[in-house]
Write a protein that binds this ligand. Structure first.
Ligand SMILES: *[C@@H]1O[C@H](CO)[C@@H](O)[C@H](O)[C@H]1NC(C)=O
Ligand SMILES: *[C@@H]1O[C@H](CO)[C@@H](O)[C@H](O)[C@H]1NC(C)=O
Ligand SMILES: *[C@@H]1O[C@H](CO)[C@@H](O)[C@H](O)[C@H]1NC(C)=O
Ligand SMILES: *[C@@H]1O[C@H](CO)[C@@H](O)[C@H](O)[C@H]1NC(C)=O
Ligand SMILES: *[C@@H]1O[C@H](CO)[C@@H](O)[C@H](O)[C@H]1NC(C)=O
Ligand SMILES: *[C@@H]1O[C@H](CO)[C@@H](O)[C@H](O)[C@H]1NC(C)=O
Ligand SMILES: *[C@@H]1O[C@H](CO)[C@@H](O)[C@H](O)[C@H]1NC(C)=O
Length: 798
């Protein structure tokens, strides 16, 4: 009984199998296919090729009418109707006597038809991959080979006037920016084109098989012969080889030549009887280096606008530079949009230095889009010239020459030369993470928008405009959805931050040889990575939770970008070892600068104080996840080449203790700078940093240490009390120890002391926010008479 059942099952299976194989490729009039998940395509007799509805990766409810290699796991698509429109589930293709192939959507609206043909007798899926429609007397009246999509196959011929468009991207089959054409003069060319108008731009590959006199040696056809060789047949019968002779492997292979979505025209092969993992291998391709060969005088170049092309592994790769992100996240070679819009505002141009900064990119250039050329120049003047010019988006500096460029940037590429620097301007506080995080669902949303658009709309230019409109609205909706400056806190967010192995950092620091300093969180060593000097912080390993939290926190830190914060440039999470790699600050810590042998000038000190305030305000209010520093002190403020203050060690309190709400953990921070609430049972807020900043500000003003007597906690009151006493008695000269420069600038000095006193108020509610601190320090708002910061003076309500 069981045996019979088994046999029956077996029989059914083999019958099915045979049925699938038993096709002769013929399709009779009236036959139809409906787009569903399990629809059986029309197979060629060998089963190599199939005609039907193919689901494109990621699109559950949309299908592409197409022809594909059915025996290859990937089902590589080799043909689809012009424009590559996707259709929803339930759409139908029919072979009709009166009109050939007709594709209609579930509502019955015709989406595509094979042309005005009549008298159809049958259809036929040939083993060559060609779908043919025969009329009476077996006359061929239509063939998919005559309307190539983006791929040519053996036995296919392209005549003069023939053309193929690339696809928009690997998953979007609408016509893309690249085109292959056999021109009327016999020349085979590759060119970019304007998608909307179809207008062809300059060619980036030319076969040269043309002759102005239209003579016999000009090209007549592109022929892909049955053996897999491709050539241009000249009128005089001579061949111009495209496939190099002897370049094909011997054996049984599929061959195809595809104009890929990146603009490269490549011939590929794939074994018919693969053993193990196999992929399509490239036989030859043109052009040699598309990043170099596409010169977009009127176009964006090989990649989209603002994008950067690099040629790795014989393949172009487009990547938005830092400060830009993809307009269409599914089309990496498309346009990149800047993450901020420069505003040309006269009022603001005065303090452009406070508003903008640069991301420096090595060996990246955007030729041709410059509008100012300064020769000679130096790096500094190049930058400042761009900084003060609201039109300037990028400055390129090379060999004492400076080029200013405005948006959109075209022809972006990596260049081999090592002395090209691109300075990309960005708005301070507005700088995005290096790799723009994608919101969950964003990808799907966008794609279905395009799909719906593609399906619903027809072909006219007007309709394309509407389609573009729909897409734009889609973007708008998506970008609206993305809250400004907030990023999902989930682990799904990734940054581009390089990770290093422990061994790499051992080498970079020469075995942790040069110690730069010790802090609460670890020891810092000097190192060199590439040509860059870096500071490597080896963290004390006191993690409660594992790797994910570490990565999440490091990502949070990496996503902070501000002129007054030390930039994290990499990390190591290797077994037990956790290290952070920071930019190196040549002028050491503020502690050394402030309390060293010679007192820094008042100008320098006040500049540093404002810088620290700005960095802190950014941590508190502007970065994605609010960061409370918890350990503001002069040892944690570093100075760069130009004595810009940069806050270091931010984010680490959270990282190393994993508990910002302070329930059970002990006091964080350094004696002398810690706010009183650490000792009480009140919640810890950003105001603890404001307190520490107040102490620091008084130190900066007076060049005195808050802990004059280093030994006891009373020290903190010493400086605050001294400031209070001096202020109350109008003796700021005593507080600054007769610093004449500071006394000359008395209003500012008084302001700074008053702000310092407000910041160290016992009651955290009385302390101003860092934003307000900046406004007060900069003279934007008047500072009220401070209260005594004395601990005895307690305020119950405010
Ligand atoms: C294919 O098979 C069908 C029957 O399954 C037959 O009617 C048709 O003539 C065959 N066509 C060719 C070209 O052999
Ligand atoms: C299939 O294609 C081959 C090669 O082009 C051709 O010889 C053959 O006649 C085609 N078969 C049909 C039925 O058209
Ligand atoms: C290429 O795109 C243009 C529109 O820009 C269209 O007119 C043309 O038919 C397309 N060619 C092919 C082969 O799909
Ligand atoms: C064009 O044809 C003429 C005459 O056949 C020949 O002399 C000339 O070299 C050809 N030019 C090119 C570019 O092939
Ligand atoms: C060359 O000849 C072809 C076919 O004879 C013709 O269609 C084309 O216009 C000619 N081109 C030139 C530039 O004379
Ligand atoms: C085979 O493919 C799988 C998945 O794509 C990959 O992980 C594996 O390394 C491949 N094996 C070989 C031998 O290439
Ligand atoms: C399958 O498709 C992917 C992405 O297009 C490609 O990288 C891979 O090489 C393909 N595999 C085969 C077997 O063609």
């Amino acid at each position: 009984m069981a045996l019979t059942l088994l046999r029956l099952v077996f029989l059914t299976i083999s019958l099915r199998f045979i049925a699938a194989q038993q096709t002769n490729g013929s399709v009779s009039v009236g036959a139809s296919l409906t787009a569903t998940h399990d629809v059986k395509p029309w197979l060629s007799s060998s089963g190599d090729f199939a005609f039907g509805f193919q689901q494109v990766q990621g699109n559950d409810n949309f299908f592409l009418l197409s022809i594909w290699y059915d025996k290859i796991p990937n089902k590589t698509i080799i043909w689809y109707p012009e424009e590559g429109r996707m259709v929803p589930t339930g759409s139908k293709v029919e072979l009709l006597r009166g009109s050939g192939l007709v594709l209609s959507d579930p509502q019955g609206t015709v989406v595509w038809r094979s042309g005005s043909i009549a008298g159809v007798a049958s259809g036929f899926m040939n083993d060559t991959g060609n779908f043919v429609i025969f009329g009476s007397n077996s006359r061929k009246i239509w063939a998919s080979f005559d309307f190539p999509a983006d791929t040519l196959l053996p036995t296919q011929v392209m005549a003069r006037g023939g053309a193929m468009n690339s696809t928009m991207s690997k998953t979007n089959f609408a016509g893309g920016r690249f085109q292959l054409r056999l021109l009327q003069d016999g020349n085979l060319v590759l060119n970019t084109r304007d998608i909307l108008s179809g207008n062809a731009y300059d060619a980036y590959y030319i076969s040269g098989t043309y002759n102005a006199s239209n003579s016999t040696n000009s090209g007549e056809q592109v022929i892909f012969d049955a053996t897999g060789y491709m050539y241009i047949l000249r009128r005089n019968g001579q061949r111009f080889d495209l496939t190099p002779r002897g370049s094909l492997p011997s054996g049984d292979y599929y061959h195809r030549a595809t104009l890929d979505s990146d603009g490269v025209f490549s011939q590929y092969y794939y074994p018919k009887n693969p053993t193990g993992n196999t992929t399509w291998e490239v036989v030859w391709f043109v052009p040699d280096n598309i990043c170099e060969d596409v010169i977009g005088w009127t176009d964006s170049g090989a990649c989209g606008y603002n994008n950067v092309c690099s040629f790795d592994d014989n393949r172009p790769n487009c990547e938005c530079p830092q400060g830009f992100s993809l307009l269409d996240p599914n089309n990496p070679s498309g346009d990149c949009k800047p993450d901020f819009t420069p505003i040309c505002d006269e009022v603001e141009s005065n303090n452009a230095g406070d508003m903008y900064d640069f991301i420096e990119l090595d060996n990246i250039d955007w030729p041709l889009s410059d509008y100012v050329h300064i020769d000679p120049s130096n790096e500094q003047t190049c930058k400042s010239s761009c900084l003060e010019d609201c039109f300037c988006a990028v400055a390129i500096y090379r060999d004492t020459q400076c080029w200013k460029k405005r948006l959109p940037l075209s022809n972006g590429k990596k260049v081999a030369s090592t002395n090209v620097k691109a300075f990309v301007k960005y708005q301070i506080g507005d700088r995005p993470p290096q790799n723009h995080p994608r919101l969950p669902g964003e990808k799907e949303d966008r794609r279905s928008l395009i799909l719906v658009g593609s399906v619903l709309l027809g072909t006219s230019v007007f309709v394309i405009f509407v389609l573009i409109g729909v897409i734009c609205v889609g973007f708008f909706v998506i970008y609206k959805k993305k809250p400004r400056n907030t990023y999902p806190s989930s682990k799904a967010v990734e940054t581009n931050l390089p990770s290093f192995t422990y061994q790499e950092l051992v080498e970079a620091t020469d075995g942790f040889k040069y110690e730069l300093g010790k802090g609460a969180f670890g020891i810092v060593y000097k190192g060199v990575i590439g040509k860059k000097t870096v500071a490597v912080k080896k963290l004390h390993t006191v993690f409660q939770d594992g790797e994910k939290e570490f990565k999440t926190e490091v990502d949070t830190i990496a996503r902070t970008h501000h002129k007054n914060l030390v930039q994290l440039i990499g990390y190591c999470n290797d077994g037990e070892q956790r290290l952070l790699v920071y930019e190196y600050m040549s002028n050491g810590t503020l502690a050394v600068f402030l309390f060293g042998d010679s007192r820094p000038t008042w100008r320098q000190r006040s500049y540093i104080a404002v810088g620290i305030a700005k960095g802190l305000a950014y941590l508190h209010e502007e970065c994605s996840n609010q960061i409370i520093h918890c350990d503001i002190k002069p040892q944690n403020i570093l100075l760069d080449d130009c004595f810009n203050a940069k806050i270091s060690d931010f984010g680490l309190a959270k990282l190393l203790m994993m508990d910002q709400s302070r329930t059970t953990t002990g006091i964080r921070g350094t004696k002398g700078y810690v706010a009183p609430e650490w000792f009480r049972n009140t919640p810890v807020t950003v105001k603890v940093d404001v307190y520490s900043f107040g102490v620091l500000l008084l130190e900066i003003v007076s060049c005195r240490r808050s802990l004059a007597f280093e030994s006891d906690y009373e020290g903190v009151e010493v400086l605050a009390d001294l400031a209070w006493d001096c202020y109350k008695e109008g003796r700021l000269d005593a507080f600054v120890d007769n610093d004449l420069e500071a006394l000359d600038d008395y209003k500012k000095l008084a302001t700074f002391v008053m702000v310092g006193l407000w910041c160290v108020q016992e009651n955290s509610v009385l302390r101003p926010t860092m934003r307000k601190v900046i406004q007060m320090l900069e003279g934007g708002i008047e500072v009220a008479e401070p209260r005594c910061p004395c601990s005895s003076f307690s305020v119950t309500s405010y």
